[in-house]
Design a protein around this ligand. Structure first.
Ligand code: HEM
Length: 286
């Protein structure tokens, strides 16, 4: 039993959309033939389990409490997770040298005194596009592995922090994402990058609702700033509102609101990304 199983959700009226969606779980789970998501085992038991409500809340918030739509979307996600082979609890895959140095997960302290999970995508470090992007399926497995690792650090099955204000306040269980574009040397939209970014955007939109806190695009070369508008066209308005372009990498720490957990290269006082990423891994195993 986890601490989340015993935590109490703020009391809800009988007709609350969250309880309506919860009552549909047995059908959703049997239709999808899959019950796990982001480290949480969805449970239809009553009284409802805290971690199950946290997941349902995200699905409801992403569709303005439309219970039918939330149920449909959750069913699709669970089916997709099963097909994609997520939640199998196997040892983490080694993606080899083509992905070396391209992605990190760290934590950055926030104003509230806790720490936000952050994913770093160092796309500017890609020298040969074919290496990470040539095999779309392999790239997707790598990118989603980074996302799933970041989510695992939210400890959704353990937490007892509900979304404040009966689900209307800011969701504390979200992650920051940072794209580092320094050194990008491809001035046109390569078909491989186009295919990879479209596929990730689609999957994130369909299967990772309410998980993005903020998204930073750092050191976008002036000649490529048009790409921001072009790619943002495929993203929902709600998501695009969370985007921020940072022209000078030294300004990133200030925007993140933390010095100690951000590498000196990005205006902080912390060590490099490799060290910070390793630090989080060690912490998680303690
Ligand atoms: C050739 C260099 C580039 C590569 C390899 C690249 C790669 C990617 C990939 C793989 C994604 C999918 C989302 C993710 O992984 O989180 C993405 C998304 C995106 N990229 Fe880039 N990109 C490049 C250049 C740019 C530039 C110059 C801009 C301009 C700011 C840009 C803006 C965006 C935006 C707005 C998204 C959508 C974000 C989202 O919804 O997740 N990209 N990029």
């Amino acid at each position: 039993m986890t601490s989340s199983d015993t935590a109490t959700w703020p009391s809800l009226s009988e007709n609350h959309p969250l309880l309506q969606l919860h009552s549909r779980l047995p059908k959703i789970l049997s239709n999808a033939d899959h019950t796990s998501i982001w480290g949480v085992q969805l449970s239809p038991s009553s009284p409802p389990v805290f971690s199950t409500l946290l997941i349902l809340q995200k699905y409801l918030r992403s569709v303005a409490n439309d219970v039918d739509k939330a149920g449909e979307n959750l069913t699709k996600t669970l089916k997709w997770r099963k097909d994609f082979g997520l939640d199998q609890g196997t040892a983490s895959e080694d993606f080899g040298p083509d992905f070396e140095g391209l992605g990190y997960v760290t934590k950055v302290g926030n104003e509230g005194g806790s720490r936000d999970v952050v994913t770093w995508n160092v796309y500017g470090a890609v020298k040969e596009l074919k290496k990470p992007f040539g095999d779309l399926n392999r790239f997707l497995r790598w990118r989603l592995n980074l996302m799933e690792t970041a989510i695992s650090h939210l400890n959704l099955s353990q937490t007892s922090t509900p979304i404040p204000d009966f689900g209307h306040g800011p969701d504390p269980h979200r992650i920051d994402q940072i794209h580092l574009y320094e050194g990008v040397s491809f001035l046109r939209m390569d078909p491989l990058v186009k295919a990879a970014s479209r596929a990730v955007i689609e999957i994130m939109q369909a299967h990772y609702p309410e998980l993005l806190l903020r998204k930073f695009f750092v050191e976008v070369p002036l000649l490529m700033s048009w790409m921001f508008g072009a790619i943002s066209l495929f993203v929902s308005t709600e998501t695009a509102k969370k985007f921020q372009v940072i022209s000078y990498k030294e300004n990133l720490a200030k925007e993140l609101g933390n010095m100690d957990d951000v590498p000196a290269e990005y205006g902080g006082k912390g060590p490099d990304l490799r060290t910070l990423g390793q630090r989080l891994k060690t912490e998680a195993h303690q």
